[in-house]
Design a protein around this ligand. Sequence first.
Ligand code: NAP
Length: 259
Amino acid sequence: MDLQLKGKVVFVTGGGKGIGGGITLALAREGAIPIVLSRSAILPEFKEELEALTQDYEFIQIDLNETDKIQPIVDDVAKRRGAIYGIVNNAGANDNKDLETTSWRDFEKSLHENLTHYYELVHAAVQHLKASQGSILNISSKTALTGQGKTSAYAAAKGAILGLTREWAAALAKDHVRSNAIVVSECWTPLYANWIKTFEDPEARKKVIADKIPFEQRFTSVEEIADMAVFLLSPLSSHTTAQWVFVDGGYVHLDRALS
Ligand code: NAP
């Protein structure tokens, strides 16, 4: 299937590893031009994998928490590339800022880290998205809908991201710009692998989590998220907007007591 993404410029935040990395590779496979915004330098193995698919990409190192740096980057890419078609807002991390011990200052700081750059990147690129009748994709989390019990700020940020997805779909419908979100529950990524190592018996913990995922009792793969991402970005989903798409093995909607 040709997703009609050939030559289209798409920003991917945190697009050098994990879910964002998978989306960058899937875009490259479709002939799109990924513009990766990443805090850390490109990993050699990721570079090799990406360059086996395309030479036409950019890897721009930026800490998105330094939010004022986003607009100049967007302006520069737009000037050099002539158009911007898509935004994938993906960078973020569950920082476990719980209700009882987190000050409002730390709460706000966490919102800044998980939410503000989602807004700013779309704000910075909106005229270009309108000009190309483009597409926005936000990565959210099940915690926005199920809670997790110890992560107030992250859950608030991910809930706000779902709200923004609908707000932007409403604001930009007249301009033929679509806005959708993917809700992730349990996807095996470097972030997840590091977190699981904090448990005494990581393998046992991994099995406990996987057993609660209704469909096939396994983690979602990065590729399964990326395949949905490129479809939602692409003109082939031309009448799909304002959607929260759950790529989660039924985690949020099915009874997790199913066995
Ligand atoms: P990951 O493996 O840590 O990859 C995220 C990438 O984003 C990393 O390269 C990270 O850079 C980068 N990043 C984070 N904050 C950044 C910033 N301020 N500026 C620039 N780059 C930044 O994480 P992941 O598991 O793929 O998660 C991706 C998204 O999915 C996140 O929004 C996460 O909340 C969401 N999610 C994931 C899961 C899951 O099961 N994995 C579940 C629900 C939601 P560094 O390497 O420098 O840290």
